[in-house]
Design a binder for this molecule. Structure first.
Ligand SMILES: C[S@@+](CC[C@H](N)C(=O)[O-])C[C@H]1O[C@@H](n2cnc3c(N)ncnc32)[C@H](O)[C@@H]1O
Length: 447
Protein backbone atom coordinates (compact mmCIF):
# COMPACT_ATOMS: atom_id res chain seq x y z
CA UNK A 1 0.00 0.00 0.00
CA UNK A 2 1.35 3.44 -0.93
CA UNK A 3 1.73 5.56 2.20
CA UNK A 4 -0.01 8.89 2.46
CA UNK A 5 2.16 11.92 1.60
CA UNK A 6 2.16 15.55 2.64
CA UNK A 7 4.40 18.61 2.69
CA UNK A 8 5.92 19.60 6.02
CA UNK A 9 7.82 22.72 7.07
CA UNK A 10 9.55 21.86 10.37
CA UNK A 11 9.21 24.60 12.97
CA UNK A 12 10.50 22.86 16.11
CA UNK A 13 12.15 19.71 17.46
CA UNK A 14 10.35 17.16 19.64
CA UNK A 15 11.61 15.32 22.76
CA UNK A 16 12.93 12.50 20.57
CA UNK A 17 14.87 14.98 18.41
CA UNK A 18 12.62 14.77 15.35
CA UNK A 19 11.57 17.82 13.34
CA UNK A 20 7.91 18.77 13.81
CA UNK A 21 5.65 20.76 11.49
CA UNK A 22 1.94 21.11 10.84
CA UNK A 23 0.08 19.55 7.92
CA UNK A 24 -3.71 19.87 7.66
CA UNK A 25 -3.90 20.58 11.39
CA UNK A 26 -1.82 17.54 12.37
CA UNK A 27 1.61 17.67 14.01
CA UNK A 28 3.93 15.59 11.83
CA UNK A 29 7.20 14.28 13.36
CA UNK A 30 9.96 13.68 10.82
CA UNK A 31 13.50 12.29 11.30
CA UNK A 32 16.33 14.30 9.72
CA UNK A 33 14.21 17.43 9.14
CA UNK A 34 15.48 20.51 10.95
CA UNK A 35 13.50 23.62 11.86
CA UNK A 36 13.25 25.83 8.76
CA UNK A 37 13.53 22.87 6.36
CA UNK A 38 10.67 21.78 4.12
CA UNK A 39 10.12 18.32 2.61
CA UNK A 40 7.64 15.98 1.05
CA UNK A 41 7.00 13.36 3.73
CA UNK A 42 5.55 9.85 3.62
CA UNK A 43 3.45 9.12 6.71
CA UNK A 44 4.34 5.77 8.33
CA UNK A 45 2.20 6.01 11.44
CA UNK A 46 -0.82 8.02 12.56
CA UNK A 47 -1.72 8.43 16.21
CA UNK A 48 -5.15 6.93 16.97
CA UNK A 49 -5.49 9.34 19.92
CA UNK A 50 -4.20 12.73 18.80
CA UNK A 51 -3.90 14.72 15.56
CA UNK A 52 -0.27 13.59 15.16
CA UNK A 53 1.67 11.47 12.71
CA UNK A 54 5.20 10.19 12.12
CA UNK A 55 6.84 10.12 8.72
CA UNK A 56 10.06 10.16 6.70
CA UNK A 57 11.50 12.50 4.11
CA UNK A 58 10.97 11.35 0.52
CA UNK A 59 12.01 14.60 -1.22
CA UNK A 60 13.61 17.74 0.14
CA UNK A 61 12.06 21.05 -0.94
CA UNK A 62 14.04 24.26 -0.54
CA UNK A 63 17.33 25.02 1.18
CA UNK A 64 18.95 23.17 4.08
CA UNK A 65 19.01 24.79 7.53
CA UNK A 66 22.16 26.85 8.23
CA UNK A 67 22.43 24.70 11.38
CA UNK A 68 22.82 21.47 9.38
CA UNK A 69 26.27 19.82 9.63
CA UNK A 70 27.78 16.62 8.25
CA UNK A 71 27.24 13.68 10.68
CA UNK A 72 30.48 11.93 11.66
CA UNK A 73 29.29 8.35 12.24
CA UNK A 74 29.15 5.91 9.31
CA UNK A 75 25.90 4.39 10.67
CA UNK A 76 24.17 7.73 11.31
CA UNK A 77 20.50 7.83 10.36
CA UNK A 78 20.29 4.03 10.35
CA UNK A 79 21.34 3.18 13.91
CA UNK A 80 18.90 5.59 15.57
CA UNK A 81 21.44 6.48 18.26
CA UNK A 82 22.53 10.11 18.01
CA UNK A 83 19.60 11.70 16.19
CA UNK A 84 21.18 15.18 16.29
CA UNK A 85 24.57 14.51 14.72
CA UNK A 86 23.38 16.59 11.75
CA UNK A 87 22.64 19.61 13.99
CA UNK A 88 25.42 22.09 14.85
CA UNK A 89 26.46 22.00 18.51
CA UNK A 90 25.35 25.58 19.34
CA UNK A 91 21.91 24.74 17.88
CA UNK A 92 21.79 21.50 19.93
CA UNK A 93 22.49 23.48 23.11
CA UNK A 94 19.79 25.99 22.21
CA UNK A 95 17.27 23.20 21.59
CA UNK A 96 18.14 21.50 24.90
CA UNK A 97 17.76 24.82 26.69
CA UNK A 98 14.38 25.40 25.04
CA UNK A 99 13.22 21.93 26.12
CA UNK A 100 14.11 22.57 29.77
CA UNK A 101 12.67 26.11 29.71
CA UNK A 102 9.38 24.81 28.26
CA UNK A 103 9.09 22.01 30.84
CA UNK A 104 9.84 24.36 33.76
CA UNK A 105 8.06 27.52 32.55
CA UNK A 106 5.60 27.34 35.48
CA UNK A 107 8.43 27.95 37.97
CA UNK A 108 8.98 31.48 36.63
CA UNK A 109 12.76 31.13 37.14
CA UNK A 110 15.38 31.85 34.48
CA UNK A 111 17.07 28.72 33.15
CA UNK A 112 20.87 29.20 32.92
CA UNK A 113 22.58 28.40 29.60
CA UNK A 114 23.36 24.69 29.14
CA UNK A 115 26.86 23.70 30.37
CA UNK A 116 28.38 22.29 27.16
CA UNK A 117 30.13 18.92 27.12
CA UNK A 118 33.96 19.20 26.95
CA UNK A 119 33.99 16.49 24.24
CA UNK A 120 31.45 16.02 21.45
CA UNK A 121 32.79 12.65 20.23
CA UNK A 122 34.56 9.72 21.89
CA UNK A 123 32.92 10.70 25.20
CA UNK A 124 31.02 7.48 25.97
CA UNK A 125 32.87 5.16 28.34
CA UNK A 126 30.33 2.39 27.74
CA UNK A 127 29.29 0.64 24.54
CA UNK A 128 26.17 -1.54 24.32
CA UNK A 129 25.72 -3.68 21.23
CA UNK A 130 22.92 -5.92 20.03
CA UNK A 131 24.17 -9.00 18.17
CA UNK A 132 22.67 -9.78 14.77
CA UNK A 133 23.40 -11.40 11.47
CA UNK A 134 24.10 -9.76 8.10
CA UNK A 135 24.36 -12.42 5.43
CA UNK A 136 26.78 -14.93 6.95
CA UNK A 137 28.44 -12.40 9.24
CA UNK A 138 27.89 -11.68 12.87
CA UNK A 139 27.14 -7.99 13.43
CA UNK A 140 27.46 -5.82 16.54
CA UNK A 141 25.14 -2.87 16.43
CA UNK A 142 21.83 -1.33 17.41
CA UNK A 143 18.23 -1.83 16.41
CA UNK A 144 17.19 0.37 13.51
CA UNK A 145 14.46 2.79 14.66
CA UNK A 146 11.10 1.03 15.22
CA UNK A 147 12.40 -2.39 14.07
CA UNK A 148 14.37 -5.38 15.31
CA UNK A 149 16.79 -5.19 12.37
CA UNK A 150 20.34 -4.84 13.70
CA UNK A 151 22.42 -2.06 12.11
CA UNK A 152 26.20 -2.47 12.31
CA UNK A 153 27.57 0.33 14.53
CA UNK A 154 31.26 -0.53 14.49
CA UNK A 155 33.07 2.67 13.59
CA UNK A 156 30.83 4.62 16.00
CA UNK A 157 32.52 7.93 16.82
CA UNK A 158 30.67 8.51 20.07
CA UNK A 159 32.21 5.72 22.14
CA UNK A 160 35.82 6.00 23.34
CA UNK A 161 38.03 4.78 20.45
CA UNK A 162 39.33 1.86 22.57
CA UNK A 163 35.74 0.62 22.98
CA UNK A 164 35.19 0.63 19.22
CA UNK A 165 38.50 -1.16 18.74
CA UNK A 166 37.71 -3.87 21.27
CA UNK A 167 34.15 -4.25 19.98
CA UNK A 168 35.63 -5.07 16.63
CA UNK A 169 37.91 -7.70 18.28
CA UNK A 170 34.89 -9.17 20.07
CA UNK A 171 32.97 -9.40 16.78
CA UNK A 172 35.84 -11.21 15.09
CA UNK A 173 36.45 -13.53 18.04
CA UNK A 174 32.75 -14.38 18.41
CA UNK A 175 32.46 -15.17 14.71
CA UNK A 176 35.62 -17.29 14.78
CA UNK A 177 34.22 -19.20 17.79
CA UNK A 178 31.03 -19.87 15.82
CA UNK A 179 28.83 -18.17 18.40
CA UNK A 180 25.35 -18.02 16.92
CA UNK A 181 23.61 -14.62 17.06
CA UNK A 182 20.42 -14.81 19.07
CA UNK A 183 17.18 -14.59 17.14
CA UNK A 184 14.63 -12.64 19.22
CA UNK A 185 11.61 -13.98 17.32
CA UNK A 186 12.58 -17.66 17.14
CA UNK A 187 14.22 -17.53 20.59
CA UNK A 188 17.16 -19.52 19.32
CA UNK A 189 20.88 -18.77 19.18
CA UNK A 190 23.56 -17.91 21.70
CA UNK A 191 25.08 -14.43 21.79
CA UNK A 192 22.52 -11.65 22.50
CA UNK A 193 24.35 -8.49 23.57
CA UNK A 194 27.88 -7.26 24.18
CA UNK A 195 28.69 -4.56 26.73
CA UNK A 196 32.08 -2.86 26.97
CA UNK A 197 33.19 -0.47 29.67
CA UNK A 198 36.32 1.68 29.66
CA UNK A 199 38.11 3.34 32.57
CA UNK A 200 41.62 4.85 32.45
CA UNK A 201 42.27 3.03 29.17
CA UNK A 202 41.32 -0.38 30.60
CA UNK A 203 38.34 -2.23 29.16
CA UNK A 204 36.02 -4.91 30.46
CA UNK A 205 33.71 -6.91 28.22
CA UNK A 206 30.46 -8.66 29.11
CA UNK A 207 28.95 -11.22 26.75
CA UNK A 208 25.22 -11.59 27.39
CA UNK A 209 24.28 -15.10 26.27
CA UNK A 210 21.32 -17.48 26.20
CA UNK A 211 21.29 -20.52 28.51
CA UNK A 212 23.10 -23.45 26.97
CA UNK A 213 25.75 -21.42 25.14
CA UNK A 214 28.72 -23.84 25.00
CA UNK A 215 31.45 -22.93 27.47
CA UNK A 216 34.07 -23.98 24.94
CA UNK A 217 32.96 -21.22 22.54
CA UNK A 218 33.14 -18.60 25.31
CA UNK A 219 36.62 -19.82 26.22
CA UNK A 220 37.68 -19.49 22.61
CA UNK A 221 36.55 -15.82 22.67
CA UNK A 222 38.44 -15.33 25.94
CA UNK A 223 41.55 -16.80 24.41
CA UNK A 224 41.40 -14.46 21.40
CA UNK A 225 40.67 -11.34 23.49
CA UNK A 226 43.44 -12.12 26.01
CA UNK A 227 45.89 -10.85 23.38
CA UNK A 228 44.52 -7.31 23.55
CA UNK A 229 46.64 -5.24 25.99
CA UNK A 230 43.70 -3.08 27.20
CA UNK A 231 41.47 -5.99 28.22
CA UNK A 232 41.15 -6.31 32.01
CA UNK A 233 38.22 -8.68 32.21
CA UNK A 234 35.70 -10.75 30.30
CA UNK A 235 32.47 -12.04 31.82
CA UNK A 236 29.45 -13.99 30.58
CA UNK A 237 25.96 -13.14 31.82
CA UNK A 238 23.04 -15.45 31.10
CA UNK A 239 19.81 -13.80 29.98
CA UNK A 240 16.78 -15.65 28.57
CA UNK A 241 14.32 -12.83 29.16
CA UNK A 242 11.98 -11.46 26.52
CA UNK A 243 11.27 -8.05 28.05
CA UNK A 244 14.18 -6.19 26.45
CA UNK A 245 16.27 -6.11 29.67
CA UNK A 246 19.91 -6.41 28.61
CA UNK A 247 21.23 -7.35 32.04
CA UNK A 248 18.27 -8.33 34.25
CA UNK A 249 18.64 -7.10 37.83
CA UNK A 250 20.19 -9.69 40.10
CA UNK A 251 22.05 -11.44 37.23
CA UNK A 252 25.37 -12.93 38.17
CA UNK A 253 28.42 -12.73 35.95
CA UNK A 254 30.68 -15.68 35.27
CA UNK A 255 34.28 -14.47 34.99
CA UNK A 256 36.02 -15.90 31.91
CA UNK A 257 39.15 -13.79 32.03
CA UNK A 258 40.75 -11.35 34.48
CA UNK A 259 38.31 -9.44 36.71
CA UNK A 260 34.54 -9.06 36.72
CA UNK A 261 34.94 -5.34 37.40
CA UNK A 262 36.81 -2.33 36.20
CA UNK A 263 38.11 0.43 38.47
CA UNK A 264 36.52 3.87 38.04
CA UNK A 265 37.20 7.05 39.95
CA UNK A 266 34.39 9.11 41.46
CA UNK A 267 35.38 12.22 43.43
CA UNK A 268 38.92 10.85 43.50
CA UNK A 269 37.71 7.61 45.13
CA UNK A 270 38.42 4.27 43.43
CA UNK A 271 35.31 2.18 42.95
CA UNK A 272 34.72 -1.18 41.25
CA UNK A 273 32.13 -1.14 38.45
CA UNK A 274 30.58 -4.22 36.86
CA UNK A 275 28.75 -4.47 33.55
CA UNK A 276 25.29 -3.71 34.93
CA UNK A 277 25.55 -0.87 37.43
CA UNK A 278 24.31 2.56 36.43
CA UNK A 279 27.10 5.03 35.74
CA UNK A 280 26.97 8.24 33.71
CA UNK A 281 28.73 7.54 30.42
CA UNK A 282 30.27 11.02 29.90
CA UNK A 283 32.86 10.95 32.68
CA UNK A 284 34.26 14.49 32.35
CA UNK A 285 30.88 16.20 32.18
CA UNK A 286 29.35 14.04 34.93
CA UNK A 287 32.26 15.06 37.18
CA UNK A 288 31.60 18.74 36.41
CA UNK A 289 27.90 18.27 37.22
CA UNK A 290 28.58 16.41 40.49
CA UNK A 291 31.05 19.10 41.55
CA UNK A 292 28.39 21.76 40.88
CA UNK A 293 25.81 19.82 42.93
CA UNK A 294 28.29 19.63 45.83
CA UNK A 295 28.95 23.37 45.52
CA UNK A 296 25.22 24.19 45.55
CA UNK A 297 24.80 21.97 48.63
CA UNK A 298 27.72 23.61 50.42
CA UNK A 299 26.46 27.13 49.64
CA UNK A 300 23.12 26.16 51.17
CA UNK A 301 24.86 25.02 54.35
CA UNK A 302 24.09 21.33 53.85
CA UNK A 303 26.16 19.18 56.22
CA UNK A 304 23.79 16.24 56.82
CA UNK A 305 23.07 15.07 53.31
CA UNK A 306 20.75 12.41 51.94
CA UNK A 307 21.56 11.13 48.43
CA UNK A 308 18.49 9.34 47.04
CA UNK A 309 18.84 7.21 43.87
CA UNK A 310 22.56 7.13 44.56
CA UNK A 311 23.84 4.61 41.99
CA UNK A 312 27.55 4.06 42.63
CA UNK A 313 27.68 7.31 44.58
CA UNK A 314 28.83 9.89 42.03
CA UNK A 315 26.91 12.58 43.92
CA UNK A 316 27.23 11.19 47.45
CA UNK A 317 31.02 10.82 47.24
CA UNK A 318 31.34 14.43 46.01
CA UNK A 319 29.14 15.61 48.90
CA UNK A 320 31.24 13.63 51.40
CA UNK A 321 34.48 14.99 49.90
CA UNK A 322 32.97 18.47 50.33
CA UNK A 323 32.60 17.91 54.08
CA UNK A 324 29.05 16.55 54.42
CA UNK A 325 28.02 13.43 56.31
CA UNK A 326 26.09 11.43 53.74
CA UNK A 327 23.43 8.73 53.66
CA UNK A 328 23.04 7.20 50.20
CA UNK A 329 20.01 5.15 49.15
CA UNK A 330 20.04 2.90 46.11
CA UNK A 331 17.96 -0.04 44.86
CA UNK A 332 20.81 -1.93 43.15
CA UNK A 333 22.45 -4.07 45.87
CA UNK A 334 25.67 -4.57 43.93
CA UNK A 335 26.11 -0.80 43.53
CA UNK A 336 25.47 -0.32 47.27
CA UNK A 337 28.06 -2.97 48.16
CA UNK A 338 30.67 -1.32 45.95
CA UNK A 339 29.86 2.17 47.28
CA UNK A 340 30.19 0.96 50.90
CA UNK A 341 33.59 -0.55 50.19
CA UNK A 342 34.81 2.53 48.31
CA UNK A 343 33.70 4.97 51.05
CA UNK A 344 35.28 2.79 53.73
CA UNK A 345 38.60 2.57 51.89
CA UNK A 346 38.62 6.34 51.38
CA UNK A 347 37.61 6.88 55.00
CA UNK A 348 34.66 9.07 54.05
CA UNK A 349 31.56 9.59 56.24
CA UNK A 350 29.12 7.90 53.86
CA UNK A 351 26.56 5.26 54.84
CA UNK A 352 24.95 3.38 51.94
CA UNK A 353 21.51 1.76 52.32
CA UNK A 354 20.08 -0.75 49.86
CA UNK A 355 16.38 -0.19 49.30
CA UNK A 356 13.54 1.54 47.52
CA UNK A 357 13.60 5.27 48.24
CA UNK A 358 9.79 5.20 48.28
CA UNK A 359 9.69 2.65 51.12
CA UNK A 360 11.86 4.57 53.58
CA UNK A 361 10.82 6.98 56.29
CA UNK A 362 12.26 9.58 58.66
CA UNK A 363 13.04 6.83 61.21
CA UNK A 364 15.42 5.22 58.70
CA UNK A 365 17.04 8.43 57.53
CA UNK A 366 17.19 10.95 60.38
CA UNK A 367 16.92 14.64 59.76
CA UNK A 368 18.98 15.72 56.72
CA UNK A 369 19.44 19.41 56.00
CA UNK A 370 19.88 18.69 52.31
CA UNK A 371 18.38 15.98 50.12
CA UNK A 372 19.69 15.29 46.62
CA UNK A 373 17.41 13.26 44.34
CA UNK A 374 18.51 11.82 40.99
CA UNK A 375 15.70 9.47 39.93
CA UNK A 376 15.34 7.58 36.64
CA UNK A 377 13.74 9.41 33.68
CA UNK A 378 10.17 8.84 34.85
CA UNK A 379 10.79 10.98 37.95
CA UNK A 380 9.77 10.49 41.58
CA UNK A 381 7.36 7.76 42.69
CA UNK A 382 4.48 8.70 45.01
CA UNK A 383 6.47 7.07 47.82
CA UNK A 384 9.57 9.18 47.13
CA UNK A 385 7.46 12.35 47.00
CA UNK A 386 5.84 11.39 50.31
CA UNK A 387 9.31 10.84 51.81
CA UNK A 388 10.40 14.35 50.76
CA UNK A 389 7.22 15.80 52.31
CA UNK A 390 7.92 13.92 55.54
CA UNK A 391 11.59 14.95 55.73
CA UNK A 392 10.82 18.55 54.70
CA UNK A 393 14.53 19.47 54.35
CA UNK A 394 15.45 23.18 54.02
CA UNK A 395 17.13 22.41 50.64
CA UNK A 396 16.55 19.88 47.89
CA UNK A 397 18.81 19.52 44.87
CA UNK A 398 16.98 17.68 42.10
CA UNK A 399 19.19 16.21 39.34
CA UNK A 400 17.03 15.02 36.46
CA UNK A 401 17.47 13.43 33.05
CA UNK A 402 13.79 13.96 32.18
CA UNK A 403 12.80 17.64 31.89
CA UNK A 404 9.10 16.78 31.55
CA UNK A 405 8.91 14.53 34.64
CA UNK A 406 11.03 17.12 36.47
CA UNK A 407 8.43 19.76 35.58
CA UNK A 408 5.65 17.59 37.04
CA UNK A 409 7.59 16.80 40.23
CA UNK A 410 8.55 20.44 40.80
CA UNK A 411 4.93 21.52 40.32
CA UNK A 412 3.98 19.05 43.07
CA UNK A 413 6.73 20.47 45.35
CA UNK A 414 5.90 24.10 44.52
CA UNK A 415 3.61 24.83 47.49
CA UNK A 416 6.58 24.31 49.85
CA UNK A 417 9.68 24.95 47.70
CA UNK A 418 10.94 27.68 45.41
CA UNK A 419 13.66 27.03 42.82
CA UNK A 420 16.62 29.41 43.03
CA UNK A 421 19.01 27.71 40.55
CA UNK A 422 18.22 25.87 37.31
CA UNK A 423 21.29 24.70 35.39
CA UNK A 424 21.12 22.22 32.50
CA UNK A 425 24.19 20.10 31.66
CA UNK A 426 24.82 18.39 28.35
CA UNK A 427 26.06 14.86 29.05
CA UNK A 428 25.04 13.43 25.67
CA UNK A 429 26.00 15.59 22.70
CA UNK A 430 24.34 14.54 19.46
CA UNK A 431 21.11 13.59 21.27
CA UNK A 432 18.12 15.54 22.67
CA UNK A 433 19.01 14.25 26.17
CA UNK A 434 19.71 16.86 28.81
CA UNK A 435 20.38 16.70 32.56
CA UNK A 436 19.06 19.48 34.75
CA UNK A 437 20.21 20.51 38.21
CA UNK A 438 17.62 22.43 40.21
CA UNK A 439 18.14 23.77 43.72
CA UNK A 440 14.96 24.21 45.76
CA UNK A 441 14.68 26.19 49.00
CA UNK A 442 11.87 25.58 51.45
CA UNK A 443 9.75 28.67 51.93
CA UNK A 444 7.17 27.28 54.34
CA UNK A 445 7.90 26.05 57.88
CA UNK A 446 8.27 22.26 58.19
CA UNK A 447 4.99 20.74 59.40
C1 LIG B 1 19.69 8.27 37.09
S1 LIG B 1 20.45 7.02 38.03
C2 LIG B 1 21.42 8.02 39.10
C3 LIG B 1 22.56 7.35 39.80
C4 LIG B 1 23.57 8.26 40.46
N1 LIG B 1 22.99 9.34 41.20
C5 LIG B 1 24.59 8.75 39.47
O1 LIG B 1 24.71 9.96 39.24
O2 LIG B 1 25.28 7.90 38.89
C6 LIG B 1 19.12 6.47 39.01
C7 LIG B 1 19.48 5.41 40.03
O3 LIG B 1 18.30 5.16 40.82
C8 LIG B 1 18.25 3.78 41.13
N2 LIG B 1 16.83 3.53 41.47
C9 LIG B 1 15.80 3.33 40.62
N3 LIG B 1 14.65 3.21 41.31
C10 LIG B 1 14.97 3.35 42.62
C11 LIG B 1 14.22 3.35 43.82
N4 LIG B 1 12.90 3.16 43.80
N5 LIG B 1 14.85 3.54 44.99
C12 LIG B 1 16.21 3.72 45.02
N6 LIG B 1 16.98 3.74 43.90
C13 LIG B 1 16.37 3.55 42.73
C14 LIG B 1 18.78 3.10 39.88
O4 LIG B 1 19.25 1.80 40.19
C15 LIG B 1 19.90 4.07 39.46
O5 LIG B 1 21.12 3.69 40.03
Amino acid sequence: MKSQRCEVLATELDEAGLGVGLSAGRRIHVADLLPGERAEVAIDHDSPHKPEGWGRVVRRLGPASPNRVQPKCPGWGRCGGCVWQHLSYPAQLEAKHARVAKALVHLGVTVAPVHPSPALFGYRNKGKYVVGLAGKHLVLGAYAPRTHAVVDTLGCKVVAPIIDELASWVRGAAEAADLVPYDEKARTGELRYVILREAKGDVMVALVVATGTPRVKLEQVANALSRHPALRGLVAITNDRRDGAIVPSGSSAQVLLGHGHITEELAGVSIAVGAAEFLQVNRAQATAMYARVAELAREAGGTRALDLFAGLGGIGLHLARGGATVTSVELDREAVAQLRRAAERANLPLRAIAGDAGDLSREDLGDPDIVVVNPPRKGLSDGARALLAQLAPPTIVYVSCGPESLGRDLAALAPAYRADVIEPFDLMPGTPQVETVVRLRRHTPAG
